[in-house]
Design a protein around this ligand. Structure first.
Ligand code: GLY
Length: 360
């Protein structure tokens, strides 16, 4: 059955007001229905305290205005891309090793199965919007570097300097502390900024349509030209309208090698809950590294019923409290915004272990 926009708007609006929607529920006693449907639903990997609630709220409000799941996923992502306090995504993110930003992003739309992506895009604050334009206005899936920038400008996006003073200082401190055999004289060893990681926004609308968006600066201080998993469909993001969606953050190279998001969705297709599917993929990564991966990878997922979950290879130790952080993930449904706990397979790396990793 094709559900036309007015009905969708009506349903989404009612759900937002907390009105019970009996026609969205499975018949009582249906064997595959462990509980009522939880639609609409927004899930994000984002943990950065400045933006995490604003991300899910922006996506939710877009749904309430009658926007599609894809509109909502991008609206939520834009909050993180445009906030200079978020060191991991978009404008104000930490730059590459030469001090400028190259951004990666992807979008995937469940109803038509289409996807778009950009990689190593410079000088555009919202790479997710360019990824959508690639999906909707070309027959390609991914544009990179100069071509992506030209394409963005062709569609009216403004070229801007993305490097804020704070991000420039992060880069300068990193460069000064790289070695004691160069001419730089760092004053102090400063704490590394907490960006809250790459953003995934996954959205299930009131009618069961699903979409997702992923956006990132990639690794801070990465080699110029490095592309991670975020723009790779199946790695940093995957959506199947019949099943669910998944997104990955963390060590992008491992996400690519595992086809992390695709694998999560396939495991949900086989019947796993989102959380178990995420855990399965993280375990696969741990096993590939003989039980001792020296990095983390986190995956978040939702299914068509509105269930959600997340798992990570490991979290990070908070320096002040010693507590494990970085495992939580944001959810917004009819109950509002909240952070939910994800699971970790391994404890955080110790300070001594972190010192053995060249890019730390
Ligand atoms: N997961 C983000 C990256 O590796 O680029």
């Amino acid at each position: 059955m094709t559900i036309k926009m007015p009905r969708r708007k009506f349903v989404a609006g009612l759900a937002g007001l907390g009105v019970a929607l009996p026609w969205l529920r499975r018949p009582a006693g249906a064997s595959t229905a462990p509980g009522p449907l939880n639609r609409p639903l927004v899930v994000t990997s984002k943990t950065n305290a400045f933006v995490r609630e604003a991300v899910t709220t922006a996506a939710w409000e877009e749904l309430m205005r009658g926007g599609s799941a894809l509109d909502a996923a991008i609206k939520g992502t834009n909050v993180s891309e445009l906030d200079p306090r978020d060191a991991s995504v978009g404008y104000g993110g930490d730059p590459n090793e030469e001090g400028f930003l190259q951004l990666d992003a992807s979008v995937m739309n469940g109803p038509d199965g289409k996807a778009g992506a950009v990689a190593a895009l410079e000088n555009i604050k919202t790479p997710s919007i360019v990824a959508r334009l690639v999906m909707e206005r070309t027959d390609h899936l991914m544009l990179v570097g100069k071509g992506a920038l030209k394409f963005a400008k062709m569609h009216g996006l403004k070229e801007e300097d993305l490097l804020t003073d704070t991000a420039r200082e992060h880069w300068r401190d990193w460069k000064e502390n790289l070695s004691d055999r160069d001419y730089y004289m760092p004053p102090v060893d400063k704490d590394k900024p907490e960006g809250g990681g790459t953003i995934n926004v996954l959205v299930l609308d009131a009618t069961g349509d699903i979409a997702g968006c992923t956006s990132t600066v990639g690794h801070r201080f990465k080699i110029v030209g490095r592309v991670g998993d975020s723009p790779i469909i199946g790695a940093g993001l995957y959506v199947d309208n019949a099943v669910g969606a998944a997104g990955a953050t963390g060590q992008g190279e491992e996400s690519i090698k595992t086809c992390a998001s695709f694998l999560v969705v396939e495991k949900m297709r086989e019947g796993m809950t989102p959380r178990d599917a995420c855990r399965y993929v993280c375990q696969r990564v741990v096993d590939r590294h003989n039980g001792r991966p020296m990095f983390s990878l986190k995956v978040v997922a939702l299914n068509k019923r509105g269930e959600y979950g997340s798992a990570a290879v490991r979290g990070r130790a908070d320096k002040a409290t010693g507590k494990t952080i970085g495992l939580d993930f944001g959810v917004h449904d009819a109950r509002g915004h909240r952070m939910e706990a994800g699971v970790a397979l391994l404890p955080p790396l110790t300070e001594a272990e972190l010192k053995t990793i060249p890019w730390r």
